[in-house]
Design a protein around this ligand. Structure first.
Ligand code: GUN
Length: 293
């Protein structure tokens, strides 16, 4: 029997808790938390992500603003906008939606974000704090996965976690968080990537498999052991003429075959994605609380 991890339900609970806290802040005379999002270019998936983040803000009573730059915006224009957002005292936190166009130096952009407003947790100062177990913003997707593991009481201690993909947004921070001396955590971690020979050798030994690859249907039933926990972070748009949108979202996991063999499995959509969004809201609320209280 495979139990699906319901990201929508848990994200709904988080949004409800956040709404209550926002109402308390407002009652106490404070402004609602303000999240700003920067979007460079017209990538449809990035536009959709950012639109959803703005919608989430409205949902919980946050203020939000969307700063859009054309795809050919210069590095200087983008840095200027970031410096402005750093200065605006009315903005509590902001994100720069990734990926950025290839002519933009993303590392320089991330370095320019003030660490106290870096609600994505991407600035080296915050990554360093995370690695050293100093309280800070945790990147939203890994943090959302931890919240799912915790909510479903999934044991991670002493387990072997295999993470596929070493991106700065998911794989790398996830490997640090699963190995940390805490729960969820205390796991033995293998971080597999494009140069890992015979990735199956590792996934077959794993108690927990986390895929963040962006290759639809990559993880098949014969690659996992029975009752493994499988967390699917992949979200790829796949052409689908039967859908009114012309595409559907596909995860890295071959759902049909893995369902029935895994003990727990996150669906796509409705698994990790909603929690990524909820954790961004949590980080923004924390940006406010740590400054005011
Ligand atoms: N692109 C994909 N995931 C993310 C995220 O969590 N934050 C930002 N800023 N960009 C992303």
């Amino acid at each position: 029997m495979t139990q699906l991890l319901d990201g929508n339900a848990l994200a709904y609970e988080f949004r409800k808790e956040i709404t209550t806290e926002v109402n308390q802040l407002k009652k106490a005379g404070y402004d609602a938390p303000h999240l700003a999002a920067v979007l460079v270019g017209e990538d449809p998936a990035s536009q959709a992500y950012v639109r959803n983040k703005v919608k989430d803000c409205q949902n919980v009573g946050f203020r939000s603003s969307l700063e859009q730059l054309p795809h050919n915006a210069s590095q200087e224009e983008l840095l200027e906008l970031i410096h402005r957002l750093n200065r605006y005292t009315s903005v509590d936190g902001f994100i720069v939606q990734l990926p950025l166009p290839p002519h933009i130096d993303a590392q320089e952009v991330i370095l320019a974000i003030h660490p106290d407003k870096d609600v994505d947790g991407f600035h080296p100062m915050n990554v360093g704090k995370m690695a050293l177990d100093i309280e800070t913003f945790l990147p939203a997707t890994p943090s959302g996965i931890l919240s799912l593991l915790k909510r479903y009481l999934i044991d991670t201690q002493g387990k072997h976690t295999v993470i596929i993909g070493r991106s700065a947004i998911v794989g790398k921070p996830m490997s640090i968080l699963m190995a940390r001396k805490a729960l969820p955590g205390n796991s033995t971690v293998t971080l597999a990537h494009s140069f890992t020979p015979d990735v199956i050798k590792f996934t077959r030994q794993a108690d927990i498999v986390i895929t963040a690859l962006g290759v639809p249907g990559f993880l098949k039933a014969d690659m996992i052991r029975k009752n493994a926990v499988v967390i699917d972070v992949g979200v790829t748009r796949v052409k689908d003429n039967s859908s009114s949108r012309g595409y559907r979202l596909a995860g890295d996991v071959d759902f049909e075959s893995v369902y029935g063999k895994a003990s727990y499995l996150t669906p796509v959509p409705g698994g990790v994605g909603p929690l990524t969004r909820a954790m961004l809201l949590k980080n923004t609320l924390w940006a406010v609380k740590r400054r005011k209280f």
